[in-house]
Design a protein around this ligand. Structure first.
Ligand code: FES
Length: 159
């Protein structure tokens, strides 16, 4: 969608976002959210503009981005699959589930399949702790995911 925007356009739109948020206390997270909202991800070209605007180093901005798992460094695929990695799901085998999904899709966390179809992202609790392990595909929740559940979930998008 917006992946074709030039670096200059990304920088100038980011500058507008930074300016609009600069009066906030703790503006970095709202700015990152607004940038992701605008572009669908947080482009590399946006980072120096954010860093300069807030008097931070690029590494600091990057560090915050990677600490919170909400921010995408690259455009997402057509479908976004979020797999819960929080405690209740961990205890019900979400790691093994994630491994199966990664192998089947041929991607790692935050990766997108080569055909641009599916992006895999971690999420920390989907509110389905009693029915873990849980995942969400394009906003639809899937609970107690086992092999059959994975087939059903991915079958719905032809994977
Ligand atoms: S811990 Fe996974 S849904 Fe709550």
């Amino acid at each position: 969608m917006t992946a074709h925007l030039s670096a200059a356009t990304i920088r100038s739109l980011t500058q507008e976002i930074v300016t609009a948020h600069s009066a906030l206390e703790g503006p970095l997270l709202p700015i990152l959210h607004a940038v992701q909202e605008a572009f669908g991800y947080v482009p590399q070209d946006a980072l120096p503009v954010i860093a300069d605007g807030l008097n931070l180093s690029r590494a600091e901005v990057h560090g915050v981005m990677s600490f919170y798992h909400d921010f995408r460094p690259e455009p997402a695929g057509r479908h976004v699959l979020k797999v819960c990695r929080a405690e209740a799901c961990q205890s019900m085998g979400t790691d093994a589930l994630a491994e199966k999904l990664k192998q089947r899709l041929g991607i790692d966390w935050h990766g997108t399949t080569k055909d641009g179809d599916v992006t895999l992202e971690p999420v920390y609790c989907l509110g389905l702790c009693a029915q873990s392990p849980a995942a969400m595909l394009d906003g639809e929740l899937f609970a107690r995911l086992d092999d059959e559940g994975i087939d059903e979930m991915l079958g719905g998008i032809g994977k």
